[in-house]
Design a protein around this ligand. Sequence first.
Ligand code: SF4
Length: 342
Amino acid sequence: MSESKEKQPLLKIDDLHVSFLTYAGKVQAVRGVSLSMQEGEILAIVGESGCGKSVTAQTILQLNPSPPSVVEGGSIELEGRNLLQLDDAKMRAIRGHEISMIFQDPMTSLNPTMRIGKQIMEAILKHQKVTKKEAYDRAVEMLRLVGLSNPEQRMKQYPFEFSGGMRQRAMIAMALVCRPKILIADEPTTALDVTIQSQIVDLMLDLRQKLKTAILIITHDMGVVADIADRVAVMYAGVIVEKGDVKEIFFHPKHPYTWGLLDSIPRPDTHGERLIPIEGAPPDLIAPPKGCPFAARCDYAMKICHEQMPEITAEGDHEVRCWLCHEFAPKVVNRYTEGKEG
Ligand code: SF4
């Protein structure tokens, strides 16, 4: 989707194509993704597993193993520098320093055999010319900032001595200690119970406020999206099918897949009605359909949907890839198109 109206974004992904070479064939995981982020903004990429959202995020930091992954086209610019053209040494300097990433499982980032304090200090000493004393002080300050009580004591502990929520906070501290411009958070709350999940969301909002860090959050949970995001990109079968301001996506969604995602989350006004799952399965990305990737599951599919990929329709920043948005398409009546969803 075109990003031409946005000026000087912090991060700009343009027409990104990423595939995986497998014995069964070439899996076209990301097919022409375009996105941008401004300083301090929280952008959520939402979709089912396998839709390409994590592959997109990991490609920003070149974390997908190559082979089997191959970037087949497009660009990823951080303040004008195309990250896809940087060598390993330059990318290492960017990881953790300008762009950090946290994962669903903190143990993928935390070393279980090393004290928390030493791990955070190492992250600082790797990227910044500071003394050990300064690194220690910054690590303590960061642990305090992420809400861990008695941070001097926490510095001496090992990850196994922390609860799940505390580990997540420690991982966020480690990711943010070098004050990166962008934090990529891949399903950061999925493994946590609801109370801790809400605390981590509040923490990320607080840190964005204090540190002005832009956050790219990858999630399948529309509830988390509603709580945290400024803007949303809905991804399906490697393609962004709808994106826009979070209020637009929740109150005026236009794509049938977005309607399905919203119908599948609990709402206060459904009065115990059953949630509606999206029937069917995503297409095989070794041989993706030539038309709309959602056509096989869409209640509104027309002949053209099976024949031709929908064009992008834009109203301001709200962009949709669906033939229903074409001016000659039949009008659909449901609770989203009638404006009763708010
Ligand atoms: Fe449904 Fe057609 Fe829109 Fe695809 S393009 S979401 S099949 S109506």
